[in-house]
Design a protein around this ligand. Structure first.
Ligand SMILES: NC(=O)c1ccc[n+]([C@@H]2O[C@H](COP(=O)([O-])OP(=O)(O)OC[C@H]3O[C@@H](n4cnc5c(N)ncnc54)[C@H](O)[C@@H]3O)[C@@H](O)[C@H]2O)c1
Length: 444
């Protein structure tokens, strides 16, 4: 969204005029900042149906008081895990109907559901319905408020997921479903600094989403290998990390080249310690309509995204299996759902979702999780280059994109970095095989 338009809608006269003209009202997203790390206000805990979840201790640790939730709650957690039939859905409506308008701007609604029971089609239908409910509410709620669904069977295993969704870190995540496995977390998690001392490897980290992710993981105490095609281009990211007291090295490596990947991972293990966190973020675009797309443009996109993620994951998994711990996050995209002029990119990004789920199944028993983060429109050099290619100024391009996004804003690299950091957390060990769209709302 063009900055001038944002400032204009921030004034009383601008709001009045743009509303009268039916123009989009960009939400004032309250993102995380060191001075304001939590939501402003209390948490309202509601229940629909009869649930066996022991939520109180977990919710107490979110830092959101349940006493001051009257009036304008900053967060609403609706426990609907006990809904077993369509009649039960009426309780979901009855619980949220009176409070939805009172939820504070940039507030959070998290609906808790249960995994679908294949032996009980009434339960499966009712629980599946929650997904449609959340996706629709995510589109209509506005004012920077988000609505997400967490499917769980025990509360402690979902603690890190709830903390993420009930924090400013998830400002650009809405209309999403996260399924959490049914076990206790293996290690305590103190929120913003989950566990220092692990080595993370982020590809394509010279700029954009990769750079923001490297900085974010370093702030959590990870030693970070900043990988990109050109080692010198990684200098800025490394300097940012070291200036803040973190540890990082720049590594030049083409992720689609087997020998370079093996050498890079060996060097990182030697210099920083075994890489047990891997973020496959390196990416390129070679957009064209199918009939005009060259084989070389097809191959380039497949090689960087799919072959690159495969080579990196194969090289790092040895270290993860030895450590009995690993976190792999692959960058998919909203384009995985199909996008005109991107058959190579869409195929690669959809392929990464299948790749992720398979990794999760293969490596889960070694303590390794694999998840995909699928950004929508994020303001980076990549989207800037697309604007140039279609002959539009970047501000106009962002403004046009924002009109299609429920929060009426394009995303920032930090929005994606926050979601990636959540998946790499020690306590996210029972969140695996998930695809999380970070797109400012649900997608069609
Ligand atoms: N920006 C968006 O709107 C958006 C949306 C959805 C998904 N994504 C994905 O997120 C990731 C990061 O995107 P971004 O917007 O920050 O892009 P970007 O173009 O700003 O950064 C990508 C980085 O990857 C590096 N890279 C490219 N090929 C490489 C290779 N073979 N080996 C090593 N590094 C290589 C580039 O040099 C660059 O520094 C990509 O996978 C992209 O497809 C971005």
């Amino acid at each position: 969204m063009a900055d001038r338009y944002l400032s204009f809608t921030g004034t009383a006269s601008g709001r009045f005029l743009t509303r009268r003209l039916g123009l989009p009202q960009p939400a004032a997203l309250r993102r995380w900042s060191p001075g304001a790390p939590g939501l402003d206000g209390g948490l309202l805990h509601l229940t629909a149906g009869t649930s066996g979840l022991d939520l109180a201790p977990v919710l107490a640790r979110t830092g959101l008081g349940t006493d001051d939730a009257t009036g304008r709650p900053a967060a609403v957690v609706l426990d609907a895990a006990g809904i077993r039939d369509v009649e039960g859905l009426a309780e979901v409506h009855a619980a949220l109907h009176p409070v939805v308008r009172s939820v504070a701007a940039s507030g959070r609604i998290v609906v808790l559901g249960a995994p679908l029971d294949p032996a009980d089609h009434h339960q499966a239908a009712a629980q599946q319905a929650l997904e449609g409910f959340v996706r629709s509410l995510g589109k209509e709620i506005g004012r920077g408020r988000t609505v997400n669904l967490v499917r769980l069977t025990d509360a402690p295993a979902a603690e890190s997921t709830l903390r993420f969704l009930l924090s400013p870190r998830s400002a650009y995540v809405s209309g999403q479903v996260i399924e959490v496995g049914a076990h206790q977390p293996v290690a305590p998690d103190d929120g913003d600094r989950p566990l220092a001392g692990r080595t993370a490897l982020v590809t394509g980290a010279a700029r954009g989403i990769g750079a923001a992710t490297a900085v974010r993981l370093a702030a959590e105490g990870r030693a970070v290998a900043v990988i990109d095609l050109d080692e010198a281009a990684c200098k800025d990211t490394v300097e940012k990390i070291t200036a803040a007291g973190g540890r990082a090295v720049a590594v030049g490596c083409d992720v689609s080249d087997e020998a370079q990947v093996e050498a890079a991972v060996a060097r990182i293990a030697e210099e920083l310690g075994a890489p047990t966190i891997l973020v496959n973020n390196a990416g390129v675009l070679r957009d064209n309509l199918l009939f005009k797309m060259s084989v070389s443009d097809w191959d380039t996109v497949m090689n960087v995204h799919l072959r690159g993620a495969f080579l990196m994951s194969r090289a790092c998994q040895k270290h993860m299996v030895d450590a009995g711990f690993g976190r792999i996050v692959n960058l998919s995209s909203s384009s995985a759902l199909g996008n005109r002029g991107q058959i190579n990119y869409s195929a690669a990004k959809a392929g990464l979702q299948g790749f992720t789920k398979t990794l999760a199944k293969e490596l889960g028993k070694f303590g390794v999780t694999a998840n995909a983060v699928a950004p929508g429109f994020i303001a980076t050099e990549m989207t800037k280059a697309t604007a140039e290619r279609v002959g539009m100024g970047f501000e106009d391009f962002k403004a046009a994109a924002a009109t299609q996004i429920p929060v009426n804003r394009v995303g920032e690299p930090e929005d994606v970095a926050d979601a990636i950091a959540f998946f790499t957390g020690e306590a996210a060990g029972f969140v695996s095989g998930q695809v999380l769209y970070v797109a400012g709302g649900p997608l069609d």
